[in-house]
Design a protein around this ligand. Structure first.
Ligand code: ADP
Ligand code: ZN
Ligand code: ZN
Length: 745
């Protein structure tokens, strides 16, 4: 038998299997997924690797085969199905096996758990009583310690020293005579603070909710495993449906993973799960340390919890009895990884479900075109919730044409209608959300004389003006003070254009001086609990108006918000991106969905320069189907996903010439296969941002107009990966693949 090993070095040329002999003494210790030490290269350098399979035979001369050295101490073992999943990630999205393994096993090393020390008696209570009496005169502190321990069986070291003010020397003294002992226990770093919630508190489902949960569970009990899409309007009670299904699935001894976009992973959502499931639940988030994540994965592995909630990386929770994966807000672009392999959590969940015999439930008020297309095709089962819970009305939406406002002499950023409605809410002591499309779009600063924008010297983008008087690059963090005159022509007339959240805040304060205003964007939410802090101030109604970007439209439930204003709805419409309309529709619908979630009815004002655009029209009427019909037609015409498949190849280098040369080389290589497979090549061209941190960026797209699985594209990708490795370039060039990207480059 030989062990097939992937070496733990991120270097493409080593991304293949190396075979090793298995010494007798290791035979019992190793299995698939073990992390092992191996001698490597001519010098037999000791490095690490993972065993991904065992073989009976080898193609190498037997005398050249080296032997494994040993198992890495304190390493964790990768389960077989995780290795299969890694293989699939590598094949589908393009990466080395090592990168793929690192993705599915994010915490590789065991990290020592935090320990808590407890003190308890080592002698009987009677004996302790005796000793206490003896000490009472000469040594009050020792007597006091015994008195405490007679009362309470075990007390933490911390409590004794900090609260009872017993000196460590005293504890040591008592320990030395053998009256007490100190025990260490590892405790989990549980990030949640909601541990003591009452358990199993839940609503009686509405008949609509119940119908869906029942249908799912009937399938489930009959052994049917598949993918479901729950399309439910905002406030239709999707989360309650998830919880009902989870409760039943875990009662069958199964475990569930619930993915929620990081940005919506707030107290409110998590709290609902804790209320129902208590400490069967654990959460992950990106602010947690490696150690904290490791602890939560350990608890999952040991079966101490049954539900893991988290962003896309929670998918890799090592449950042994996984039975269900739920993806809430399935359309969110944050489900696509920005790191290689650039996997999509939805597709990966479906693959993982196949490997584990689980079902997948996707949910959204604005499903991705991909998911809805597959539901229409019958690949997923579609559930619909068309009404809000408790007959709460959907909000009324008004579309305001900003061009008309300007014609009528209104130059402010608030249309007359929005102004009136805001005053109305302020008078009624109700709350308002004002939504901006993008942070600091305000952005860019240009010269009014020569028209030149001020750009980052390292990236191909303009700098953004901030309130503190600086100009900043949002790609690399480059920062300079706002210049007093134009660096190109010397003119003193330079100014910021557009509207950012900071400017909106200033305008709101001017227009509505009595209002209490909060702003939420990446500047104000920095720090560990930035988000929570602002949201809780707002939910306690200590502010009237909350201004924000994308962040404020995600999953929050503020019952006193009865007005949502979208200040400039078009900003996301004209990105040069085939998903621009979809994203605009989703944002507007989700933003509108924040209004009128309590007992009070809601209104929404969408201000736009393009009121006739279908994504704005259909968002205003909240007509998902109509939007879908228009959008899928356009995708069919142009062969974009989900009808076709798209492979983006990003080539980047500090050396422009090498970058161009590699791009041409890949294009030439792809060409002959593309003709054969009828795949369209677009580019190479400059990426939208053609330089980031001094790296030039070229982009090449391969489009397979009508494919089912992207198989041809995958083949070409493999060929290009090999070509990339073999190419001799005079400078470092990086090549990244992105299969069905969420954004264009
Ligand atoms: P969605 O996830 O579809 O936006 P939620 O699950 O957040 O909807 O539900 C919207 C609101 O309705 C929440 O405040 C929730 O507590 C409430 N709700 C959901 N289902 C019920 C029910 N069956 N009975 C009473 N209230 C419910
Ligand atoms: Zn100028
Ligand atoms: Zn920059």
């Amino acid at each position: 038998m030989y062990a097939d090993v992937i070496v733990d070095i991120s270097f493409e040329k080593l991304d293949r299997i190396f075979q090793y002999g298995i010494p007798e003494h290791l035979k019992q210790q190793i299995k698939i997924g073990s992390q092992v030490e191996i001698p490597f290269g001519n010098g037999n350098r000791k490095i690490k690797g993972y065993i991904i399979s065992f073989s009976e035979t080898t193609q190498y001369p037997i005398e050249k085969i080296k032997e494994l050295i040993g198992v890495v101490k304190n390493s964790t073992t990768i389960e077989t199905r995780m290795i299969q999943l890694a293989w699939w990630l590598k094949e589908t999205y393009g990466s080395t096996m090592n990168q793929a393994l690192k993705t599915v096993v994010p915490v590789k090393k065991k990290i020592k758990g935090k320990e808590e020390r407890y003190i308890k008696l080592k002698i009987s209570k009677e004996a302790a009583e005796q000793q206490k009496k003896e000490w009472e005169k000469r040594n009050k502190a020792k007597a006091k310690l015994l008195a405490i321990l007679i009362e309470e069986e075990r007390v933490s070291y911390e409590v004794l020293t900090k609260e009872q003010h017993i000196a460590p020397a005293t504890i040591r003294g008592v320990q030395e005579v053998g009256a007490i002992e100190i025990v260490s226990e590892s405790i989990y770093r549980n990030p949640s603070v909601y541990q003591k919630e009452e358990v199993d508190y839940h609503f009686v489902l509405t008949s609509d909710q119940k119908r869906i949960a029942d249908e799912f569970l009937t399938d489930y009990k009959n052994g049917v495993r598949k993918t479901y899409l729950l399309h439910g309007v905002t406030g239709s009670g999707k989360t309650e449906v998830y919880m009902e299904i989870i409760a039943n699935v875990i009662s069958m001894g199964k475990q569930a993973i619930v993915l929620i976009p990081e940005i919506a992973l707030t107290y409110q959502t998590v709290h609902r799960f804790y209320k129902r499931f208590g400490n069967k639940v654990s959460i992950l988030n990106s602010r947690m340390s490696q150690g904290e994540r490791f602890d939560q994965f350990e608890r999952a592995k040991k079966g101490e919890i049954s539900i893991m909630i988290g962003p896309r990386s929670a998918l890799f929770t090592p449950f042994s009895e996984l039975g269900l994966i739920i993806i809430d807000e399935e359309h969110e672009s944050s489900y696509k990884s920005e790191n290689v392999p650039k996997y999509h959590a939805r597709e990966t969940a479906i693959e993982l479900a196949k490997l584990t015999g689980s079902s997948v439930l996707l949910g959204s008020a604005t499903p991705s075109i991909e998911a809805f297309y597959r539901a229409i095709q019958g690949e997923y089962k579609l559930f619909e919730l068309k009404n809000r819970v408790n007959e709460r009305a959907m909000p009324s939406v008004f579309v305001v044409d900003l061009r008309e406002e300007l014609k009528n002499g209104n130059k402010s950023m608030f249309s007359n209608q929005l102004k009136q409605l805001i005053w109305d809410r302020l008078n009624k002591k109700q709350q308002v959300l004002l939504f901006m499309n993008k942070r600091g779009y305000a952005g860019f600063v240009s010269c009014r004389s020569c028209g030149n924008p001020i750009r980052c010297p390292h990236c191909d983008v303009s700098l953004t003006a901030h309130n503190d008087g600086t100009l900043q690059c949002h790609y690399c963090g480059y920062q300079i003070p706002l210049p007093k005159s134009c660096p190109f022509c010397g003119s003193p007339y330079i100014a910021a254009f557009g509207t950012g959240t900071q400017k909106v805040e200033a305008a709101v304060k001017r227009e509505f001086p009595t209002a209490r205003v909060l702003r939420m964007d990446s500047d104000t939410t920095a720090g560990k609990d930035g988000h929570e802090r602002i949201l809780s101030v707002f939910s306690r109604r200590e502010a009237d108006i909350l201004i924000g970007t994308q962040m404020i439209v995600k999953g929050h439930d503020f019952p006193f918000v009865t007005l949502v204003g979208v200040l400039a709805a078009d900003m996301s419409l004209y990105a040069n991106d085939y998903r621009a309309s979809e994203r605009t529709f989703q944002l507007l619908t989700q933003a509108a969905g924040r209004a009128g979630r309590g007992h009070l009815a809601g209104e929404v004002v969408i201000q736009t320069y393009s009121p006739q655009h279908y994504s704005i029209e259909t968002a205003a009427t909240q007509d998902y189907r109509k939007f879908y019909e228009k959008e899928i037609l356009y995708r069919k015409l142009l062969g974009y996903p989900p009808v076709g498949d798209l492979l983006a190849i990003l080539i980047s280098s500090k050396d422009l010439e090498a970058c161009e040369k590699m791009a041409e080389l890949l294009k030439d290589t792809a060409e002959k296969y593309c003709v054969e497979y009828r795949i369209l090549i677009i580019g190479p061209a400059d990426a939208t941002v053609s330089k980031i941190q001094d790296f030039y960026r070229k982009i090449l797209y391969l489009k397979e107009g009508k494919s089912k699985s992207g198989n041809q594209l995958k083949k070409i990708k493999d060929i290009l990966e090999v070509k990339t490795e073999q190419a001799q370039m005079e400078a470092d060039v990086q090549v990244q693949f992105d299969f069905n990207p969420m954004n264009t480059y």
